[in-house]
Design a protein around this ligand. Structure first.
Ligand SMILES: [Zn+2]
Length: 339
């Protein structure tokens, strides 16, 4: 444990609980990078900080708190954003990378740098009552781009700040810390979430684990490391196209000739879909794939929850396909209505 090192990208809702447990566990060298200052509104989930630290840079406040918790470890705090240069410098310097970020651009950069430099990384995403954790690029497992080849433009994953339940971020962050500790100890009986997406719905406490197969055509891990180019393109999170018409499950079912298009990824499609739907994953649409869609029927796009399909609808509209609507609440709403 004392010989190991971890880099935590982001010291917010996920990084706070993760860092506390990693420091307490005695990980010998802990790096953290964060560009922001502590804001009073952070305190409901960023348990690393207290009211006296409001206004301080998180990098500084976090390193103080962690040093107080465990003076026997080394804390290396970087104030700034993990951009392509910082990733190229920091990722090779640590054993394991922990993702405490809240947006796709950062997660893709962490993934690409981790694959390039051969580091396992522990992913998490949270929204409302839902949390996901996975370990990517470990012992030949899938990487994040095997799951999501490209960032869904305009996805609002990073706009959910107000919708984050502090305790859910806590569970996710602690679950990430546990994966790091399992990887470091390497005990035979321990099974980190290697290439496995663990999801929690904290409303019911239902959990699922889903194996993510490695994609032989993955735009990242199928390449040679020297071919992987690190890029960082932060996105705006305003984009919700109001031009796209939303339709309820009931509304969609009342259309006689609805043509359902499932824009989820293959592993989701394999788990069940709306009967008669056409499979057209968002990743393929983003590759510029021009689908052959009927002009005389209402095309109802859906994904798991209605966010990716809204983006797909916007893209299709931009390509001149106007008879598209977005299924509000996605396949999950469909299942609820048709239970
Ligand atoms: Zn991959």
């Amino acid at each position: 444990m004392a010989q190991s090192s971890v880099l935590c990208v982001g010291a917010g809702g996920l990084g706070s609980p993760a860092l506390l447990y990693l420091a307490a566990a005695g990980i010998g060298r802990i790096g953290l990078i964060d560009p922001d200052r502590v804001d009073e509104s952070n305190l409901q989930r960023q348990v690393l900080y207290d009211t006296a630290q409001v206004g301080q840079f998180k990098a500084r406040a976090a390193s103080q708190r962690l040093a107080d918790l465990n003076p026997h470890i080394r804390i290396e705090a970087y104030q700034g954003e993990l951009d392509a240069d910082a990733a190229a410098e920091l990722v090779p310097a640590y054993d394991i990378i922990l993702d405490g970020t809240d947006n796709f651009a950062a997660k893709f950069l962490i993934n690409d740098a981790s694959v390039k430099f051969g580091k396992p990384w522990v992913y998490s995403a949270i929204q409302g009552f839902e949390a996901q954790v996975a370990v990517f690029n470990y012992e030949g497992s899938a990487c994040y781009r095997c799951l999501y080849p490209y960032a869904p433009l305009g996805h609002i994953a990073n706009c959910a700040e107000g919708g984050i339940i502090g305790a859910v971020a806590g569970i996710a962050g602690v679950t990430q810390a546990l994966q790091v500790i399992k990887i470091i100890t390497g005990h035979e009986g321990f099974e980190p979430l290697t290439g496995t997406l663990w999801t929690l719905d904290a409303r019911t406490m239902a959990t699922r684990t889903l194996f993510i197969p490695r994609d032989a055509a993955c735009p990242c891990c199928s390449k040679n490391p020297e071919e992987i180019i690190l890029e960082y393109e932060p996105q705006n999170c305003e984009i919700i196209d109001r031009e796209v018409q939303e339709i309820s499950v009931e509304g969609a079912q009342s259309i006689d000739n609805a043509f359902y298009v499932d824009v989820r990824e293959e592993y989701e499609w394999a788990g069940g879909a709306i009967e008669g739907a056409t499979f057209l994953p968002l990743s393929r649409l983003m590759d510029g794939h021009a689908p052959d869609l009927p002009e005389d029927r209402t095309i109802v796009l859906y994904c798991a929850k209605g966010v990716r399909s809204r983006h797909a609808a916007t893209m299709l509209k931009a390509r001149g396909v106007h008879n598209v609507v977005n299924l509000r609440g996605g396949y999950e709403a469909w299942l609820r209505e048709n239970a």
